[in-house]
Ligand binder design. Structure first.
Ligand code: PLP
Length: 418
């Protein structure tokens, strides 16, 4: 047998043989409470019967029919269905396979549509691991080190990360927008700037929500200068934050929306969406890919949308998110960092995107403690993830079908692990 690469060995916690709802089962039959959802993907829960049935039915009919030559009904139906949930004025779509590819597609579209070379991304953002996506990614140096030079033409502005700066949100936002104006005055002139790309909630960067003043500030500047606003909703879309889109909390109407993860319950599918007049500016042949819009993935995505709607998963994310944050804050209060004491420095996020940040006695991010807590939870059967510049944030991102009892169980295991 050939060996697993060190990367796979290091990453693998559980050999899952089966998934059902919020649980994964290993070879011994042990149940693990999965508060990772495949990094925010399996929002309808593992192997939701309706998603499974839709995929199985489609496999028997047509697996693949690449859209440059063969159109198929699942893609057409999905496009129509997404049209019902996309922000107003966003009426054109195309499909690729992953978040990174969709981010790259959005970037290419923005550059082609404006004829401008540069992109402004935000400190702490994560947009993927392909070369261009990594060039716009700064959530941790590991994502962009050791294989440069990265793509030129990316300018970085601060994200209003209040906890990181030790300020209130208003001050952090004023600072971020002032620095952005400075960047546009000195580093990338508006006439050279194709787009701003931003996540409504920093994901890998530590579960830091944006806010209304910030996103509206970006919108105003975009309008003033003819810059496009790309919202990377890869992690925040499809109800994850307790509203359908992450930016629904804040406004800041996008020109281009990037989606993936929660779109198809685990089947590889992503999409970019924009007004048709803008999408028409993509140069023919420059967008797309062999597997984009795969028929089985599209069928699974249609079933995913049905489940989100029929089981009221957006509402569930808001309600269960409230329960989760209440519990996490209670635990945090018992282990609060401060006055030279290590512990929990912050609890933040939105809906079912919940992060707990660990802080050392020196007030610095404490990735080592976060790693220990993460491992302790894993031993108790609670699967979690870490994120943040130093891995100092332990995050919970359970399937949106999670029940009250499952959130309570997760919190119980969390309290034991901290
Ligand atoms: N954008 C955001 C906000 C993400 O969270 C991710 C993945 O975590 C990506 C882009 C990249 O997606 P993928 O890993 O599917 O390429």
């Amino acid at each position: 047998m050939s060996a697993l690469s060190p990367v796979l060995k290091q990453a693998t916690q559980v050999l899952a043989v089966r998934g059902e709802g919020v649980h994964l089962y290993d070879e011994s039959g042990r149940a693990h409470l999965d508060f990772t959802a495949g990094i925010g993907v399996t929002s309808t829960g593992h192997c939701h019967p309706r998603v499974v049935a839709a995929a199985q039915e489609q496999v028997g009919k047509l697996v693949h029919g690449q859209y440059t030559t063969v159109m198929h009904q699942p893609l057409l139906t999905l496009t129509e269905r997404l049209g019902e949930v996309l922000p107003a004025g966003i009426d054109s779509l195309f499909y690729v396979n992953s978040g990174s590819e969709a981010v790259e597609a959005a970037m290419r579209l923005a550059k082609q549509a404006t004829g401008r070379p540069n992109i402004v991304a935000f400190q702490g953002g994560f947009h993927g691991r392909t070369m261009a996506a990594a060039s716009m990614t700064t959530s941790a140096t590991k994502f962009r080190s050791g294989y440069g030079p990265l793509m030129p033409g990316v300018a970085l502005a601060p994200f209003p990360n209040a906890f990181h700066y030790g300020w209130d949100e208003e001050t952090a936002t004023r600072f971020a927008l002032r620095e952005l104006d400075q960047l546009l005055a000195t580093v990338t002139a508006p006439a050279d700037t194709a787009a701003f790309i931003v996540e409504p909630v920093l994901g890998e960067g530590g579960y830091v929500p944006a806010n209304t003043a910030f996103l509206q500030g970006l919108r105003e500047r975009a309008d003033r200068h003819g810059i496009l606003l790309i919202l990377d909703e890869v992690q925040t879309g499809f109800g994850r934050t307790g509203k359908f889109w992450g930016h629904d909390h804040f406004g800041g109407r996008p020109d281009i929306v990037v989606t993936a993860k929660g779109l198809a319950s685990g089947f590889p599918l992503s999409a970019i969406a924009a007004p048709e007049a803008l999408m028409a500016k993509a140069w023919p042949g420059s967008q797309g890919g062999t597997y984009g819009g795969n028929a089985v993935a599209c069928a699974a995505a249609i079933a995913t949308l049905d489940v989100i709607q029929d089981e009221k998963l957006v509402e569930n994310a808001a309600t269960r998110g409230g329960q989760l944050f209440t519990g996490l804050r209670e635990v945090a209060a018992k282990h609060a960092a401060g006055a030279g004491r290590a512990g929990i420095g912050d609890v933040r996020g939105l809906g079912l995107m919940a992060g707990t940040e660990f802080t050392g006695a020196d007030g610095e991010p404490d990735g080592a403690t976060a790693a220990k807590v993460h491992a302790a939870a894993g031993e108790r059967g609670l699967l979690l993830l870490t994120c943040g510049t130093q891995g100092q944030v332990v995050r919970m991102i359970p399937p949106l079908v999670v029940s009250e009892a499952e959130v309570a169980e997760g919190l119980r295991l969390w309290e034991e692990s901290v």
